[in-house]
Each structure stands twice: as structure tokens, then as C-alpha cells.
Design a protein around this ligand. Structure first.
Ligand SMILES: Cc1ncc(COP(=O)(O)O)c(C=O)c1O
Length: 395
């Protein structure tokens, strides 16, 4: 059978995280592994009401095929939200996608030929690595730290490689939780302004800010070269699979063709429900609830980090999102840590899959959105025990 598969699919490995999540689904395990939003915060009653109201009103043909670009009133709401943030984006520059994950796939389809160079922040979102791997991208990793991307490495790489795309998650990055400073964004934009490279700003976490000032979108600095990806997965519900792409007109035309071929259009019924929900409810009030719960969870995790973990284990600072990014002492790999943690009934994700062809990585990711604070405390206590032993055995 194997000889029947395309080269395209044969070269892509299954997501390592999915494998961990399978193990972590055991209810006895406290999981910091996944990247799930909290189930308790799904606006169930409001979505139920929106659905019933839609059927009762019978105004729209909510069960019919529709256009590829997406439900116009929904795109208008998204455009209005950008306008409030000072970005002049119109509904016709927005394509509704099946989650922002489909946005990544469509961008891969539209831009990447085999071996085309794609710059990617490192550590970087595993789903983006997987999506572009399908199109046989040649990845060039650019390291990110507490304040953003390493500009010197970026400049060097841009001199030698002609990269069509650069992929970033500049707000509360997955996996590291860091955000690019405005200075870093400006420097990246200045560097890119003289080359023919498009920057992808993938922003599923930007609205989940606990503290600090909102940062500027790359769209402010580099409007003609920026592609934005957005998502309702973390602010409303992930099961609707509703996200979007904002792209220049010429790119949008190609994306629409690629989407037509992929699925004709995104689920129209869910688009209508979401639109009704957004019309009848204040999304910011709902997001404020999410912020309040997640920031409390994060504070509890940070406190437990200090209380239970060996002092050689550190983490980067984050002002929002869903993750803490922890490091063991330099040179110590987290490869075996996940298995040891599972034995103590707690799940984490080791750093390795978030890097391009790098091994013996000393980082790991902790998710704080999907566990109650008391469960976080207990999970961190268990993990602390594992870490003391692990460091002792690996020194
Ligand atoms: C950085 C990043 N981009 C995209 C996605 C995909 O999200 P969606 O549910 O919108 O497809 C995720 C999901 O966790 C993510 O972390």
C-alpha cells in the first residue's frame, strides 16, 4: 500500500502532540499538554439561543450552499473589529476559513513549491510546521526570545535565501507565550520592506491579554506585505472551526480558488449562528470572562512553579494566552521528561517538536487554560517531584 501514497503525504510525520493527547485523555492524568480553551467558558446558552432564533426568524437560507468568501455580515463584523483597532480592513479583504488552520493550508497551497524557503519563528507552532511540510517547504528557523525575533539572524537569512513567506505568532506565541515588542515588530518590518517576502501574522491569542499594552499589528508597519490569520476558536468555541484570512487583493483571488477546490465554502450554518451570537452579545464582555479565568490560572501556575519546581527550572514571562514555556538547565534534554511525567499522572509537551530538525532541546510547554486552579496546583506538585528526580538523573 505504501507505494500508492503521494510523496507529499509520505514526508509528513504525524503530530507528536496528538500522540501525547491520546495518552493524556486518561481522566486520572492532569494534562498541561493540550492547547484547549476551557470548556466551562463556552457560551452555551447564548449559542443555543442564537441557533433557535435563527430557525425561528427564518430570514436566511441557513441550510443552503453559499459563497466561498464567507457570510458577508460575519466578515463585516470582523472588519469593524479591525477598524476599532485602527486597521483599515474591509469585508472584501476577508476570507472565512475552516479555522485558521485551514488558512495555513491554503497559504501553503497558494505559495509553496517544493523546496521553497519559508522563514519560521523558532520555537514555532507545530500546526504551521505540519501544514507547510505537506507542500515540502524548506524551513529556515529564526529564533525568538522574550521580546521577539532575532533580527540579526533574520537579516543574515534574508541575504542568502529568497523566502516567499515568514510565519509569526507575535502575540502570546504558541508555544512560548512571548510577545514581540513594538520595536522588534518595527525592525522586522523595516528588514522585510526591501525584500519580496510576505509576513504571516497568525493571531489566535491576541485578545486574551491579562496585562500590558496591546502591541501593533504588522499591518501597521507593512500593510502591503502582511497576511493576517484570525480565529474564533479561543474566544468563542473551537468546534465551529471558524477563522479567517486577511490578505491583499491579488492574494485573496488565489486563496478563493484554492478554497473552492478544497471545500467550496466554510460551514454556512455555523457562520450564521456565530454571526447571530456576535450581533446579540458583546464579545468583549465574554472575552473579559476568559481573561479573568485564564489570568487567575496563570498566576496559580506561576506560584506553584516557584513552590514545587527546582530553582534551576525557569520560564519565560507571558502577559496573556494559554501557555508557559519552561526550561531545564542548558544542555539538558526534555525528551524523556514527558514519559516520566506520565508515570506520575501529569502530561506536558517537551520542546523538540516545536523546533526544525533540532534534538536534545531543554524546553517544555505547560498549558494553563484547561485546568481548574486547584488541579493546576496538584499537577505542578506532581511535576515538581518528577523534575527533581529527572534533573538529578540527567546531571
Ligand atoms: C498559533 C496557532 N495558529 C493556529 C491555530 C489553529 O486554530 P484554529 O482552531 O483557528 O484552526 C492554533 C491552534 O491552537 C494555534 O495555536
Amino acid at each position: 500500500m505504501n507505494e500508492l501514497f503521494s510523496n507529499r503525504i509520505s514526508q509528513v510525520s504525524p503530530s507528536f502532540i496528538r500522540e501525547i493527547l491520546k495518552v493524556a485523555s486518561d481522566p486520572a492524568i492532569i494534562s498541561f499538554a493540550g492547547g484547549l480553551p476551557s470548556h466551562d467558558l463556552f457560551p452555551v446558552a447564548a449559542l443555543k439561543k442564537a441557533t433557535i432564533d435563527l430557525f425561528n426568524d427564518n430570514k436566511e437560507d441557513i441550510l443552503q450552499y453559499t459563497n466561498t468568501e464567507g457570510y458577508l455580515p460575519l466578515r463585516e463584523i470582523i472588519a469593524a473589529t479591525y477598524k476599532k483597532k485602527g486597521l483599515d480592513i474591509n469585508a472584501d479583504e476577508i476570507l472565512i476559513t475552516n479555522g485558521s488552520q485551514q488558512g495555513l493550508d491554503l497559504l501553503g497551497k497558494v505559495f509553496i513549491n517544493e523546496n521553497d524557503s519559508v522563514l519560521i519563528e523558532e520555537p514555532g507552532y507545530l500546526g504551521a510546521i505540519q501544514a507547510f511540510e505537506i507542500y515540502a517547504a524548506h524551513f529556515i528557523p529564526i529564533p525568538v526570545g522574550q521580546d521577539g525575533m532575532d533580527i540579526d539572524v533574520l537579516k543574515i537569512q534574508l541575504k542568502t535565501a529568497h523566502a516567499k513567506l515568514i510565519y509569526t505568532v507575535p502575540n502570546f506565541q504558541n508555544p512560548s507565550g512571548i510577545s514581540y515588542s513594538n520595536e522588534n515588530r518595527k525592525a522586522i518590518a523595516e528588514t522585510l520592506s526591501s525584500v519580496n517576502t510576505l509576513i504571516i501574522e497568525d493571531n489566535p491569542y491576541g485578545d486574551i491579554r491579562f496585562s500590558g499594552e496591546e502591541k501593533k499589528s504588522f499591518m501597521h508597519y507593512l500593510p502591503k506585505q502582511t497576511i493576517l490569520l484570525g480565529s474564533f476558536s479561543k474566544t468563542v468555541v473551537p468546534s465551529f472551526r471558524l477563522g479567517w484570512i486577511v490578505a491583499p487583493k491579488a492574494v485573496m483571488q488565489k486563496l478563493v480558488i484554492a478554497k473552492q477546490a478544497a471545500d467550496l465554502h466554510t460551514n454556512h450554518f455555523c457562520q450564521c449562528i456565530l454571526h447571530r451570537f456576535l450581533q446579540d452579545n458583546d464579545l468583549q464582555t465574554h472575552i473579559n470572562k476568559i481573561i479573568s479565568v485564564y489570568s487567575h490560572n496563570k498566576a496559580r501556575m506561576e506560584k506553584a512553579f516557584v513552590k514545587y519546581f527546582p530553582k534551576e527550572v525557569t520560564h519565560l514571562k507571558t502577559q496573556g494566552g494559554m501557555f508557559l514555556w519552561a526550561s531545564l538547565p542548558k544542555g539538558m534534554s526534555t525528551k524523556g521528561l514527558s514519559d516520566e511525567a506520565i508515570k506520575e499522572k501529569v502530561a506536558i509537551v517537551p520542546g523538540e517538536p516545536f523546533y526544525i530538525n533540532k534534538h536534545e532541546i531543554n524546553t517544555f510547554r505547560l498549558n494553563f487554560s484547561n485546568s481548574h486552579p486547584d488541579v493546576i496546583e496538584e499537577g505542578m506538585r506532581r511535576l515538581g517531584k518528577v523534575l527533581y528526580k529527572y534533573i538529578e538523573n540527567n546531571e
